[in-house]
Write a protein of this length. Structure first.
Lengths: 279, 211
C-alpha cells in the first residue's frame, strides 16, 4: 500500500465559526481578518494536515467581479496566511476554484478564463505557494486551461473535479465522467488528479477507483461529510469525524494517495483521518 | 417553404444562429408564429428536457438549447403580441442576496423564456426589497429565487418575508431552486413551488401561473 498524505478540511465553515457572515466573500478576509484566516491554517496544521490549502478559492478576477482589481492582493495575502499558520508543519498548496461561468455555453471566452487563472497562479506562486490545487471544477475545458496556467509556475499541479450530478451522482455539472476528467487532465499535464466536494465520502470511494483506473497519476480526494441534512437554520452535515475517517480506509484501498475533507469537515476530521490512516 | 424540421434540430442542437435563420425564413414564407411554437419549438424543448432526464444532455446543452429557443422567440414575440397572443406570464428571477452564483439562475431564465414567459432577470446577489419593488413595478405574478450556497438559502426566506411585509404575498407565486434547495426546505420557508432542475422549471412555472 503506498504512503498516504493527509490534507486539510473545509475553510468556509471554519471562517464562519470565526465570524464570517453568510454570503460574505471569504477571500476578502485575507485583507480584513488576517489573524482569523491564519488561525484556520494553523488549526489544520496542528491537527496533522501535511498539506494545507489557502483561502483563495474565489480569487480569480471573473469570480471576484465585485472586488475589481484586487485578485492579486487576495492571493498573495492568502498564501502568506497559510504559510504563517503552517509554520513549517505543513506544505501550502494554493486553492484555485472555478470562475463561475460556463465555457461551453459561451458565457466567457477561453482567453478570459486563461488570463484570469494566469493572473491568479502567478500571484500565488510569487507569494511562495508550494503547489497549486485547481478544485471543485465542473467543466473539463476550464480545468484544462487552469492546469495550463498553473504549469507555467513550475509548481506541482493538482486538478480536482466535483462529481455531484446525474442519477448516480458520478458526473460533474457539465456531464463529465471520472474517466473523461482523469484522461484529459492527465493529458493537460496535471501531476495529481482528484475529486472534491460532491455528494458525500461514501460515493467518492467509487469515483476514486474510477479515477485511479483511468490514470497513472496519484489520486487526491477531498470529500464532503456525507449528504447535507436540512435544519431550520440551514444545512448541516450529519456525518461525524469517526465515521468519515472510517470511509477513508476504503478510499486508500480505492487508490487515493492524498486524503482530506471538504464541506462539513473541520480539524477534528483531520485528526480522525490521521489516526485511521497513519496510526 | 423552408424545411421546418431544421428549426426543431437547431433548438435541439443549441444552434441559435440557425434557429433564428429558419424562423425568419418561415415567417417570410407566411408560416404562422404559433405553428412554429407549437409544432417545432415546444417539441424540441420537450426533447431537450427528456435528454437531460436521461443524462444525454447536461447544463451546457440546456443553456445552448434555451438560447436557441430564445433567439426564435425574440423574432416571434412581437408578432404574437400583434395577434393578441399573450406571454405565458411575467417572471421576476434572481439569485438571492449574498449569493453570486448565476449559472443555475441563467439556465432557468433561459428555459422560462423558451417556454414563452416574459423574464425579468435581476442578476445575482439581489436584495429582498429589489425583488419586491420589481414585482410591484412590473406587476409580475411569478418570482423565481435561486441559491447555490447553503449559507445563502436563508435569503430565500427573508425574500418571501419581504413580500409578506409589503402586503404582496397573496399576489405572487414564489418558486425556489438551486443545488442545496429541497422540497422540504421550500415547504418550510413557505414557497409555492420547488423543482429539481431547470428543465422542470417551465412546467412548474406554468402550473403556478395557472393556479
Amino acid at each position: 500500500m503506498p504512503d498516504i498524505a493527509i490534507l486539510d478540511g473545509a475553510w468556509g465553515t471554519e471562517l464562519q465559526a470565526r465570524g464570517l457572515a453568510a454570503g460574505e466573500c471569504p477571500d476578502e478576509w485575507n485583507l480584513s481578518h488576517p489573524d482569523e484566516v491564519t488561525a484556520v491554517a494553523a488549526a489544520y496544521a496542528a491537527a496533522g494536515s501535511q498539506i494545507i490549502l489557502t483561502n483563495t478559492f474565489r480569487s480569480n478576477r471573473i469570480a471576484l467581479a465585485g472586488h475589481n482589481g484586487r485578485a492579486a492582493e487576495f492571493n498573495a495575502a492568502g498564501v502568506a496566511h497559510s504559510l504563517r499558520g503552517a509554520n513549517g508543519r505543513a506544505k501550502v498548496f494554493a486553492s484555485v476554484g472555478p470562475c463561475g461561468k460556463v465555457l461551453a455555453a459561451g458565457e466567457v471566452t477561453e482567453d478570459e478564463v486563461r488570463e484570469a487563472f494566469e493572473e491568479q497562479v502567478s500571484a500565488l506562486a510569487a507569494a511562495g505557494a508550494q503547489g497549486i490545487v485547481i478544485e471543485t471544477m465542473s467543466e473539463i475545458a476550464e480545468a484544462v486551461i487552469a492546469v495550463g496556467a498553473a504549469r507555467k509556475t513550475g509548481l506541482p499541479v493538482v486538478a480536482s473535479m466535483a462529481f455531484d450530478s446525474g442519477r448516480k451522482k458520478d458526473r460533474t455539472m457539465t456531464g463529465a465522467t471520472p474517466e473523461q476528467a482523469a484522461v484529459q487532465l492527465t493529458d493537460a499535464g496535471a501531476d495529481i488528479i482528484g475529486a472534491n466536494c460532491g455528494c458525500g465520502i461514501e460515493l467518492y470511494i467509487g469515483i476514486c477507483a474510477r479515477l485511479h483506473t483511468a490514470t497513472a497519476k496519484p489520486i487526491w480526494i477531498k470529500a464532503n461529510a456525507g449528504l447535507p441534512e436540512l435544519t431550520n437554520s440551514g444545512t448541516r452535515y450529519h456525518m461525524g469525524a469517526q465515521e468519515f475517517a472510517g470511509h477513508a480506509k476504503a478510499l486508500r484501498e480505492a487508490g487515493a494517495s492524498y486524503v482530506g475533507g471538504c464541506c462539513g469537515t473541520n480539524p477534528e476530521f483531520i485528526r480522525a483521518l490521521c489516526a485511521a490512516l497513519k496510526g | 417553404m423552408p424545411d421546418l424540421n431544421r428549426l426543431y434540430e437547431a433548438i435541439l442542437n443549441g444552434d441559435a444562429k440557425a434557429s433564428a435563420a429558419v424562423t425568419r425564413e418561415a415567417l417570410d414564407a407566411g408560416t404562422q408564429p404559433m405553428d412554429l411554437v407549437n409544432g417545432y419549438m415546444v417539441p424540441a424543448m420537450d426533447e431537450v428536457g427528456k435528454r437531460f432526464e436521461c443524462e444525454e444532455y447536461f447544463v451546457p446543452e440546456l443553456l445552448l438549447s434555451g438560447r436557441a429557443m430564445k433567439a426564435s422567440m425574440e423574432l416571434l414575440r412581437p408578432l404574437l403580441a400583434q395577434q393578441g397572443v399573450e406571454s405565458a406570464g411575467k417572471v421576476v428571477i434572481g439569485t438571492v442576496k449574498g449569493d453570486l452564483h448565476d449559472i443555475g439562475k441563467n439556465l432557468v431564465a433561459c428555459m422560462l423564456e423558451g417556454g414563452g414567459f416574459e423574464v425579468i432577470d435581476l442578476g445575482a446577489d439581489v436584495a429582498p426589497d429589489v425583488f419586491v419593488a420589481t414585482v410591484r413595478a412590473k406587476n409580475a405574478k411569478l418570482v423565481a429565487l435561486s441559491a447555490l450556497l447553503t449559507v445563502t438559502m436563508n435569503s430565500m426566506k427573508t425574500t418571501i418575508q419581504a413580500f409578506h411585509n409589503a402586503g404582496m404575498r397573496e399576489q405572487v407565486k414564489v418558486m425556489v431552486g438551486g443545488a442545496p434547495v429541497t422540497q422540504q426546505f421550500a415547504d418550510e420557508i413557505g414557497a409555492d413551488g420547488f423543482c429539481e432542475n431547470a428543465s422542470a422549471a417551465v412546467a412548474l412555472a406554468r402550473r403556478l401561473a395557472a393556479a
